[in-house]
Design a protein around this ligand. Sequence first.
Ligand code: ADP
Ligand code: ZN
Ligand code: ZN
Length: 750
Amino acid sequence: MAYGKFAEVVLDIPLNKKFHYKIPPSFINQIEIGKRVKVPFGGRTAVGYCVGLTDKSDVKTIKDIIRVIDTEPILNSKMLRIAEWLANFYFCGWGEALETFLPSVVRKGINAKTVSVVRLCKDGASVKEMISIIKKRAPKQARVLEVLSEVGEITFPELASISNCKMDSINRLRDRGLITLDKRKVNDSLFAGKHFKKTCHLQTTGEQETAINLIKRKLRERQYGTVLLKGVTGSGKTEVYLQAISEVITLGLKAIVLVPEISLTPQTIERFKSRFDRVAVLHSSLTDRQRSDQWWDIKNGNADVVIGARSAVFAPLEDVGLIVIDEEHENTYKQDTTPRYNARDVSMIRAEYENALVVLGSATPSLESFYNAVIGKYEYVTLKNRVGNKPLPRVEIIDMRHEKYRGKNQKYISDYLELCMKQCLSKKEQVLLFLNRRGFSPFISCRRCGFVLKCKRCDISMTYHKNKAAVICHYCFSEEPVPEKCPECCSPGISFLGVGTERMEEDIRARFPQYKLLRMDSDTMRGRDSHEKALSAFGRGDIDILLGTQMIAKGLDFPNVTLVGVLSADTIVNMPDFRAGERTFQLLCQVAGRTGRGSKGGKVIVQTYNPEHYSIKFAALHDYDGFAKKELEYRKQLYYPPYGRLARIVLRGKKDQDVKKKSMDIAEKLREAIRLTTGAAQSDRHKDKVEVLGPAPAPIARVKDNFRWHLIVKADNSENLSTILKNIENENRYSKKVQIMIDVDPYMLL
Ligand code: ADP
Ligand code: ZN
Ligand code: ZN
């Protein structure tokens, strides 16, 4: 029952604004907050969400609501508030944010898929009699009866294929009262026909016990809080999650578990499914029907545990007690289309509304989370040892500057790695070779001393621009000519680095012709289950060498892998991104975690032109704390997160001139805003904390005939960042000429 004359409605448009609509008397009993409504909007009709009811409105001409769509609210008030937060924080429309809360199949509302089932409703003798009567006159109907008298009941499609009949024969038989025809729901439910062997709690290790006890204690407080669980690869973090969830269920509450999409494998699902009865799963390779079923199961209260990728943070659960984020440092938690949210950060907002606990798990926590643990904002607990005290693998660094050239060509595989591969393969053990092709933006490096050209101001690798024959910093737009010789050692061997997996594949095949190699990257793994198939072939031992991108860095558990080779650590180290060092460290630790899992032990070989780089050195020592200390010092100097907050503004359009001009205008507008907020006489202390960098051409300067420019806004905290960014809010961000995109807490700066 409504208590207001007007409904406040938000629409799926890039405007963070509530629109007022009149509630006609006939809808007074239907309208409710959290229901969807059909409304007239700009000469068309649109679907919106009712987020409030009010008696007052100063809008002059108010239109009527056309229809109330939902019979029950599809979103509760907590979810509406979370969407509002999203809109304010990430600068998108409130309605736009809500669209991500509901899977599109739920929004569209697909009907239950049904199949017709045909059944005999007369006894055998009378059917036989009937058959003989109609055989001549209606042979098709007789055939149907014959089939049915054998099987009793059958679906129509099956019957049609056996007896070659059409629907009209069936209808006639039904009219004579010989058969019945019913609709039955098709069962393509996610777990249909699957059986999960029940498992019980494992006998925990001491470290696990400590972590579980801490989490249980926090859960019983029933208050918002966050626990960072740092555990080396193979330390048994999942068992901690499982026992924590068990406590949640005992308390009568529910849990959400977020995992990166790529680790949402049948094995992961099985681990949860075999421990708990009521588990729902949300991920991208479900069929529409399955996704819709899972969502409604959750909404109707039939799930205690939801496991899913990023968007499962919006799962329509009531009484959430725990949100687990596994591999919390992963950048897949950040969505790269509007709304550009980070599920890790959203989970905390949700937990606040639900009085729930967030558990962040990782072997290599993001610096943001680690910092919050250090300053006491999060509880902090660590698992330092692998289960069964298996040692972490030995990591050896190969200095590629000492490798001799093969003729004119740069060498991609060192003699040492080649030797180790031969040894490993001859023992029938397996090799994993890792090459990050993401590092495609060309950087400049000296092949003799490993020197990499960086911007003096931003400490970011300079990117080579061929058309300008210059190097450019993609943060602040400083430009320099390409140096002729190395500024460090004066050697003329300065060049551009970067080689892809495809090229590597040829190279390795030529050198190891007798072994089976498989390349895994986004080009070779297009099909829905090609990833799954390739991995199971590797698991069976059908493949000797697996060569791949970050796709193979995570979660794989193959005891026969005794050698991991990182072909070039430099492609990540030199990405034009302030997180390049962090990414390198994380990736090397993840990759190293792929070996030494069985009884045969394992070894990791890292090839690099930067053997002194702290990320590589600390990763080789498995020393997270050492790395984090160093990395935090560097971040602090330049006010990069976690000491400051960033936003990135990307502009794109068909004409480079227009885009450039608009970028400059916006930069000027923002600089003006900073002058106003931080005072005209800006102190030096403040100068690097709150500033606008750029505009500069984006590292990927052209996409589909659109020119791209970007600027970066740096602020000391998120409130100030928000205040500054509000100045762009009224710009026409979706004009035909130049489109403006705002990315708060960006992950990718390309
Ligand atoms: P992580 O996620 O920390 O890398 P996992 O949770 O995958 O580690 O655990 C690694 C392996 O150790 C798994 O095979 C798991 O079943 C096993 N394991 C975890 N805890 C225990 C335990 N307490 N006792 C025996 N085995 C365990
Ligand atoms: Zn040099
Ligand atoms: Zn710079």
